[in-house]
Design a protein around this ligand. Structure first.
Ligand code: SAH
Length: 231
């Protein structure tokens, strides 16, 4: 009985799933989890239909790649739930001519979604190993409009500022002032704010005529925004 269970488990996890199956799963994911929950931004929906999420997770989680939740990517980090990725993308209203900064590359999935829509994406990852894996992955998939930078994203990326939008995918205790400064006039930033181990609030920060306004969007749970030891 025990052996039968082991054989079945191996079979299920190693069963080859072809590209067509994944495409169908992706279509279903976008329809059920994204579109039906109110995401109607055409560029966002197209990008989620296109980017192969199963290539952003470890082989043992491939079969769960289109499920309605986050997944472990190692090093204590996660790839966000597809709906959250879609929501954050829609809220910043990315346009083809935009230059976007992401803090928290993780698997590189959110960066790939943005890169499908906009010209230039910069993404910063504090865990060097994750940054390296994501960088290789994005290169292999042909995303030559994404630059992965390894380091602490707290200070943003002054040399490429200002940005049309900033997407922060780790929960910060406060909104880093440098990120606000590096936002273009008319720009938008989306960031989870709150205590790392509790429910946080997803916030929208907008810069209009030099003035900053913030609004609360919804409760979320993200991994913590950490700081480099070198500070
Ligand atoms: N956007 C990712 C999800 C990332 S999870 C995806 O699509 O897969 C959040 C990531 O933020 C983790 O990889 C974590 O290591 C990273 N992170 C946390 N604090 C950071 C900081 N100060 N600067 C850059 N990256 C940070």
């Amino acid at each position: 009985m025990k052996y039968l269970y082991i054989i079945l488990t191996i079979l299920i996890f190693s069963w080859p799933t072809n590209a067509q199956d994944y495409k169908q799963r992706r279509e279903k994911m976008v329809d059920k989890q994204i579109y039906k929950r109110g995401i109607k931004h055409a560029n966002t929906l197209d990008a989620l239909r296109k980017v192969e999420r199963h290539l952003f997770v470890s082989p043992r989680y491939k079969h769960m790649a289109y499920n309605d939740g986050p997944l472990s990517i190692g090093y204590g980090q996660t790839i966000s739930q597809p709906y959250i990725v879609a929501y954050m993308t829609q809220i910043i209203d990315p346009k083809p001519e935009h230059k976007i900064l992401e803090i928290g590359t993780g698997s590189g999935y959110q960066a790939a979604i943005l890169a499908e829509i906009v010209d230039e994406v910069y993404t910063i990852e504090i865990i060097p190993e994750l940054g390296e894996i994501a960088s290789e992955r994005l290169k292999k998939l042909g995303y030559d409009n994404v630059a992965v930078i390894k380091g602490d994203g707290y200070y943003g990326l002054l040399e490429h500022a200002p940005f049309d939008a900033i997407v922060v995918t780790a929960a910060a205790e406060h909104i880093p002032p440098s990120l606000i400064q590096q936002l273009k006039e008319g720009g938008k930033m989306v960031i989870p704010v709150g205590s790392p181990f509790l429910v946080q609030t997803l916030m929208l920060v907008e810069k209009k005529r030099g003035k900053i306004s913030t609004s609360s969007l919804m409760p979320v749970r993200f991994v913590p925004f950490t700081r480099s030891q070198k500070q």
